[in-house]
Design a protein. Structure first.
Ligand code: UD1
Ligand code: CA
Length: 463
């Protein structure tokens, strides 16, 4: 059971608490990541009247299959939420793992260890706990002189003396199903919040002579998210964990403390991530790539040996040994093929830049399809928008676009064709032609600036 119906009032947010992002992923997705490997027979998520929002967001992150959803409306406490889950499941036997939707840092290993402790202890209930430096806000685990768990008291209901206890409840439990039902029938709402607390099940069972065990884990893992400050804290732990994992796989992260990598990112061996770099969403970075300093990659693919520095790359593809920056912006739908370059103060969007083609300085390339070996001179602009519609620019292999050319789309520039500096080019420039002036005049056969007649190209034989 995943309890996620709480209103999250302390977040002061219009967004559902469990949908807030930590390291690029909703809190609830992190919880699902952790419980999935446990392969429970049934998984029920308890949500509120905002169920549709939660279901849709989780589906967008790839979750939904095999999940059952229960609605708890209004949310009247964690024990009441478990009741809603049992209502969805019907007759339940065996053991029940109850976890919260707002503890994104918990690992599969800790959950498995809790289940194992439950099994080996023969207890009716096993709770997950940790001794923390600052227990403020958490339920305190109260033990007797022999160290046996007696009850859990919520921070708000605790006495001064109880608040001195540093062992806290992580909000995760394994119950014997029958004893869970039994305890729920006996939990009341006489507390400061007027809610049905699942934590009261501990005292109910202990009072009846039942055995309640505890499994203690590391402090960092219990981090629950009730406030924005705690959200930042949990996200930081998740990012540190991700960086550590990547470094263990052979990635150099020069300064993990100034590097922000979402949990969904993958990075190849011997890639180097320089400081002040953000790798977000489903970004993948190939082996031996050099990323940063100061790079932001969003849902992009950067391949082997490519370089991206001081640049923003969104939903784009950077091919092997291609280079981006310094000071470049690749907007959605840009594709740099092998060895292509987007240099300083270059913006590209929805364009393909062929193998070894380059726009090294000050250019805007939008809605363009550029072939191989093309040189796009400084100051070139594809004038792709006429105020009403977007138009396409096609530049064929080995063309040479002179500095400050305005290419007024739709335009087509042929193979080995060239444009003169400062020209304004429209329509079609044939293969090998040179276009000069405003509007450009066409000088047939004068375009092959780089002396690259088709036949002379060693790697073009197959064409
Ligand atoms: C809870 C525990 C506390 C523990 C802490 C660990 C209780 C009473 N207290 O406190 O001992 O130290 O977690 O993080 O359980 N929820 C529902 N329906 C409700 C209320 C809550 O589904 O009616 C869900 C919330 O969405 C949340 C989880 O249960 O995911 C915990 O609720 P929350 O209000 O955050 O409890 P805490 O005060 O953090
Ligand atoms: Ca909480």
């Amino acid at each position: 059971m995943v309890l996620a119906a709480g209103e999250g009032k302390r977040m002061k947010s219009d967004l559902h608490k469990v949908l807030h992002l930590a390291a690029g992923r909703p809190l609830l997705a992190h919880v699902f990541d952790a419980i999935e490997p446990l392969k429970a027979d049934e998984t029920v998520v308890v949500t509120s009247r905002r169920k549709d929002e939660v279901v849709a967001t989780m589906a967008a992150h790839g979750f939904g299959r095999g999940l059952r959803w229960a609605v708890q409306d209004p949310p009247r406490g964690t024990a009441d939420a478990v009741r809603a889950a049992l209502g969805e499941l019907g007759q339940t036997t065996g053991r029940v793992l109850v976890t919260a939707g707002d503890t994104p840092v918990l690992t599969t290993e800790s959950l498995q260890a809790l289940v194992d402790t439950f099994d080996s202890s023969g207890a009716e209930l096993c709770v997950l706990t940790a001794s923390v430096t600052d227990p403020t806000g958490y339920g305190r685990v109260i033990r007797d002189e022999d160290g046996r768990v007696r009850k859990i008291v919520e921070h708000r209901d605790a006495t001064e003396e109880e608040r001195l206890v540093h062992e806290v409840n992580a909000g995760v439990y394994v119950f014997d199903a029958d004893r869970l039902v039994y305890a729920l029938d006996r939990v009341d709402d006489r507390n400061v919040q007027g809610e049905y607390y699942l934590t009261d099940a501990v005292e109910v069972l202990v009072t009846e002579g039942g055995a309640v065990a505890a499994h203690r884990i590391d402090e960092a893992e219990v981090a629950g998210v009730n406030s924005r400050a705690q959200l930042a804290g949990a996200a930081s732990i998740l990012r540190t964990r991700k960086a550590t994992e990547l470094m263990a796989q052979g990635v150099t992260i020069v300064d993990p403390s100034t590097t922000y990598i979402d949990s969904t990112v993958s990075v190849g061996r011997d890639a180097v991530i320089h400081p002040f770099t953000f790798l977000e969403g489903g970004t993948t970075v190939g082996p031996r790539a050099q990323i940063g300093p100061h790079a932001r990659l969003v849902s992009s693919e950067v391949q082997e040996g490519a370089t991206v520095s001081f640049a923003v790359v969104v939903q784009s593809f950077v091919g092997p040994f291609a280079s981006v920056g310094p000071f470049a912006s690749l907007r959605a739908g840009t594709r740099l093929e092998r060895g292509a370059r987007a240099g300083s103060f270059v913006e590209m969007k929805q364009s393909v830049i062929g193998e070894d083609s380059k726009a090294n300085h000050l250019a805007y390339v939008g809605d363009a399809e550029i072939g191989r070996g093309v040189n796009v001179g400084a100051g070139t602009i594809t004038c792709n928008w006429d105020g009403v519609a977007k138009h396409k620019t096609v530049i064929e292999d080995d063309a040479y676009i002179g500095s400050d050319t305005m290419i007024v789309a739709p335009a087509h520039i042929g193979k080995r064709a060239a444009t003169g500096a400062g020209s304004v080019v429209k329509g079609d420039v044939p293969d090998d032609a040179l276009a000069v002036g405003i509007p450009a005049r066409i000088l047939g056969g004068k375009g092959d600036k780089m002396g690259r007649k088709e036949a002379e190209r060693p790697n073009q034989q197959q064409e």
